[in-house]
Design a protein around this ligand. Structure first.
Ligand SMILES: Cc1ncc(C[n+]2csc(CCOP(=O)(O)OP(=O)(O)O)c2C)c(N)n1
Ligand code: SF4
Ligand SMILES: [Mg+2]
Length: 303
């Protein structure tokens, strides 16, 4: 008699996945960076079978209303605090079943930097076979735009009406410190680099973490058509460093910024969330420089 696979409650056909992970007709706002990220992931995954765990966030609303779903892959909606733990269980079951399904957590910054950090850290420390992707729109977007610990200094949100007065957490630094096999920041403005990193992350065994700066026209009060330009400006100005870290020590910088003041000014001026009186560009430029000096030191140690 054929041995039955251990059930995990997710319908998954034995055939390769034929649908994109994100179908058209989803409920994302126009110009949402999350859509670019999910499309990038879908292309990198190809026809591989994947299971996706999504905590409370815009990403779980994306699917639309029951009984329809804009997701072309099995998805578990988890609580904020448990997504990395749920994904750990699914990955363990796939392993027991000898199944090559890749398990992916797709979470916002609120679910990653803040509420899900405990189980994320625990799964990373256990080196579970999970790919964790954080799309970072720098706010609690789904509930109307409250500040998270990913909100950058100077940004006005519903809970920081005068502008946030401390800078965002260094989530890449935190995850690299877990010495996981692979950790990378991904530019949704660079499809080739994004594709390579997502494929590498899908192929690698053990815990992987990807960080995507994800423009949110609704929360950033920016033009939907300017999201990709905003990512480019964040990279050029040094605000969003593009690099990868292997096993916690091996740092590679993938894009060197010109750290230009012009790029920094343009980045802030294109978003209504940054009011002139709430930002201090000299302070921000000094902070960016300090972060870069530290990152370069990490990368130089490898060379
Ligand atoms: C424990 C808990 N607290 C609060 C909420 C309400 N809530 C649902 S989505 C959300 C915002 C999520 O923010 P983020 O993870 O950054 O994703 P985004 O909405 O920005 O895509 C909040 C606060 C919840 N579902 N569970
Ligand atoms: S609120 Fe922001 S993150 Fe959420 S769907 Fe709209 S653009 Fe995307
Ligand atoms: Mg968010």
């Amino acid at each position: 008699m054929k041995e039955q696979p251990l059930l995990c409650g997710l319908a998954q056909s034995a055939d390769d996945r034929a649908e994109p992970i994100l179908r058209s007709g989803n409920s994302n706002c126009g110009g949402c960076g999350m859509s670019n990220g999910l499309n990038m992931l879908s292309r990198a995954a190809g026809t591989r079978n994947v299971q996706v765990v999504i905590p409370a966030c815009c990403g779980i609303v994306t699917a639309g209303q029951y009984p329809y779903s804009a997701f072309g892959a099995p998805v578990v909606a988890s609580t904020f605090a448990s997504s990395a733990a749920v994904a750990s269980g699914l990955a363990q079951i796939a392993k027991i079943n000898g199944d090559d399904t890749r398990v992916i957590c797709w979470a916002g910054d609120g679910g990653t930097y803040d509420i899900g950090m405990a189980t994320l850290s625990a799964a990373a420390e256990r080196n579970e076979d999970v790919l964790y992707i954080c799309y970072d729109n720098e706010i609690y977007g789904n509930t109307g735009g409250q500040r998270s610990s990913a909100t950058p200094i100077g940004a006005t949100t519903t809970t920081t009406p005068a502008g946030k007065d401390i800078d965002k957490k260094d989530v890449m630094g935190i995850m690299a410190a877990h010495r996981i096999p692979y950790c990378a920041s991904v530019s949704i403005a660079d499809p080739a680099d994004g594709h390579r990193k997502m494929q590498r992350a899908l192929d690698t065994e053990g815990f992987r973490f990807l960080h995507l700066l994800s423009p949110c026209p609704t929360g950033w009060k920016s033009e939907p058509a300017e999201g990709i330009d905003l990512v480019r400006l964040a990279i050029r100005s040094g605000l969003y460093p593009i690099y990868e870290v292997v096993n916690g020590f091996d740092y590679t910088i993938n894009e060197t910024p010109d750290l230009s003041r012009a790029a920094l000014e343009k980045y802030f001026s294109l978003q209504g969330r940054f009011r002139k009186n709430a930002i201090n560009l000299d302070q921000i430029q000094a902070m960016v420089q300090r972060n870069w000096d530290r990152l370069k030191l990490h990368a130089e140690v490898n060379s």
